[in-house]
Design a protein around this ligand. Sequence first.
Ligand code: PXL
Length: 278
Amino acid sequence: MKKDLRIAAINDLSGASRCSLTTAIPIISALGINCCVMPTALLSNHTGYDNYFFEDCTNQMEQFALNWKKMGIRFDCIYSGFLGCEKQIEIVGDFIRDFKEEHTKVVIDPVMGDNGEIYSTYTDKMCNEMKSLVAVADIVTPNLTEACTLCGMDYVGEHPDDAILELICRRICELGAKSVVITGCKDHHSVSNIVYENGKTVKYSSELIPKYFTGTGDTFASLISGLITIGKSVFEATDFATKFIHKCATYSYAIGQSVNEGIACERFLGLLNKEIIY
Ligand code: PXL
């Protein structure tokens, strides 16, 4: 009998949305893993809506870490997503130093921007600090905007060729990451996730759905975190996640979900349960 597996998921909690922790919890749980959450902020709903309530949780993060240490809790994976300020990046760095064991995987989703633009809340200093988390990551899952920022390049545009993508991945690994998955690279008809590890690059593509649902990157990073925790390679995990997200996005598009409503993964969670063969 394999032991209980546990992931620390550090991300914001947007109550009525499918993103960050509200997608990490069902995805990771359906893979048979205990998802322990550390909220970085509390929101009524994500910031793509006209109105939302927001409360920063920096102080609470420190209290969570302190009490988890006292409990003696251990993690098989540490997965971090949206971080709101320099202090939060520092807290996550400390958390990794305090809780990472030999076997613990570290997945950093460097949520910093999209479509060639860095989010307005993200300062240059934060972009630089993020590199210190990338340095201790097993897997980093940036989109193209974030990937370019991490390696100090100007945005390469929507359709970079394979040689440029490989160069970007190599540069991110030079920061210290073991592997990189550049997510959501769109072409005219397809969307691809590019995996780079130990000099090997593989592109996993699926048909482009003509709507970009909010939180898709969070669902992807949650799948990668869960799948590597149950023993899949980053290549196997990306192959599975690409197909799973395509299924959810196809369904969400067919039922007319708005982009703000996110991808509806609920009725596909049973497929994740079938992956539990450990
Ligand atoms: O990654 C999607 C997301 C997560 N969390 C918050 C957001 C968004 C997208 O708008 O606003 C708070």
